[in-house]
Write a protein that binds this ligand. Structure first.
Ligand code: ADP
Ligand code: MG
Length: 355
């Protein structure tokens, strides 16, 4: 397995890109540690597949350099990079048996037949297809075929990294959970460098040690699930992660206070943010409802099992708060913001708050 460095990678699909909007990847400058389990998370069209294909070599970036363990692989082919990649839809040989589909990548690299057999059997157990080993792949269901694809990615142990591009899309929800847990176990056991692309936050947060959030052709934050929750670096991370996402509202800042319409909010510090595009972000988990604070009009209360989501209007804009299932919504509700959950943003990027 290898450490992967992406040095100032940019990519445009069209010829003669002129401005940032012509780039599917605007600029990615980042490293993936050897043996790390990463999720690449972002909405459809933000550039996840483009980035993955650049790492595997299916695509050559228009600018920048790619290193594996310090060695320049920018011009090398997929084969030479020695990467396993699992795609969203099955890529298998219909006329081969399930067993031979898994054996193929190993035989192809000259692995001794005894080792091939051992690895293939191990992998068949993992993807729960041992009893189908002798069957031709042709007759299998879509999710069985996808499991073979997954197996083909996992059968080799000599690869530099294993890349997964939304691999569980066609798998049913229960099996999804099982396979994801197995991938996690495999990572713990063998320490593979894994990059797992998904647009689903639950999938990303349960799989990865580090989540790489992409938005509009850029990486906007890399962090542990807790960091993404507590300190979103960009308002997009605040919206995209969490349910409901972070509340974001325009404010003006004076010292360690923020003014929101007619209300004044105490800040946990004095930010260096004096511009007129300042926003305050607070997750619904940190909005407190009670008898004191800023007056709000409650619009709706959604009971969702273990907690309630309260939708209210504060200074004319919608705000969400999360309450425990037994908490009551006061008739004359007011809100306060827990200072621990307050973040400030300048042109969408988080600003530090000095003491
Ligand atoms: P994601 O995997 O996050 O959904 P992609 O990497 O597939 O995003 O796409 C990023 C952007 O690049 C999108 O705007 C998409 O339309 C564009 N794009 C992707 N593939 C091609 C292609 N082969 N030719 C031209 N544009 C493409
Ligand atoms: Mg994609």
């Amino acid at each position: 397995m290898a450490r992967i460095d992406l040095n100032h990678i940019r990519h445009a699909y069209g010829a003669n890109p002129k401005s940032d909007k012509d780039y599917a990847l605007r600029e990615v400058h980042h490293s993936f540690d050897d043996g790390g389990a990463y999720a690449l998370l972002g909405p459809s069209g933000c550039g996840k597949t483009t980035l993955l294909n650049i790492i595997s070599g299916l695509l050559h970036a228009s600018h920048g350099q790619l290193l594996f363990d310090g060695k320049d692989v920018t011009r090398l082919s997929t084969q030479e990079r020695n990467i396993a990649q699992v795609f969203q839809f099955p890529v298998i040989y219909d006329t081969m048996t399930v067993y031979d589909n898994l054996a193929f990548p190993l035989r192809n690299r000259g692995v001794a037949e005894a080792d091939v057999d051992r690895k293939v059997r191990e992998t068949l157990d993992m993807i729960d297809l041992a009893s189908w080993a002798k069957r031709k792949a042709r007759g299998l269901t879509a999710d069985q075929k996808q499991k073979i694809s997954l197996g083909r990615g996992l059968v080799r142990s000599d690869v530099n990294a294993i890349l997964f591009d939304e691999p569980l899309t066609v798998i049913d929800p229960h099996m999804k959970w099982v396979l994801r847990s197995q991938l996690k176990q495999l990572h713990r056991r063998f320490g593979y460098t894994m990059i797992y692309v998904t647009h689903d936050q639950t999938e990303a947060l349960t799989f990865a040690e580090k989540v790489v959030v992409m938005y509009d052709g850029e990486i906007v934050q890399i962090g542990t699930p807790a960091e993404l929750f507590e300190r979103p670096k960009h308002t997009f991370v605040g919206y995209f992660i969490g349910s409901p996402g972070m509340n974001v509202m325009p404010v003006s800042v004076e010292g360690n206070r923020a003014r929101l319409g007619g209300q004044v909010i105490d800040l946990p510090g004095s930010p260096k943010a004096e511009g007129n595009e300042i926003e305050l972000g607070i997750r619904p988990e940190y909005v407190r409802l009670g008898a004191a604070g800023m007056p709000v009009t409650v619009r709706k209360v959604e009971d969702i099992g273990r907690h309630k989501v309260v939708r209210a209007s504060l200074e004319g804009r919608e705000i969400a708060a999360i309450l425990g299932e037994d908490d009551q919504v006061p008739a004359d509700a007011r809100v306060t913001f827990d200072p621990a959950g307050i973040n400030l943003y300048d042109k969408s990027w988080r600003v530090e708050m000095g003491a």
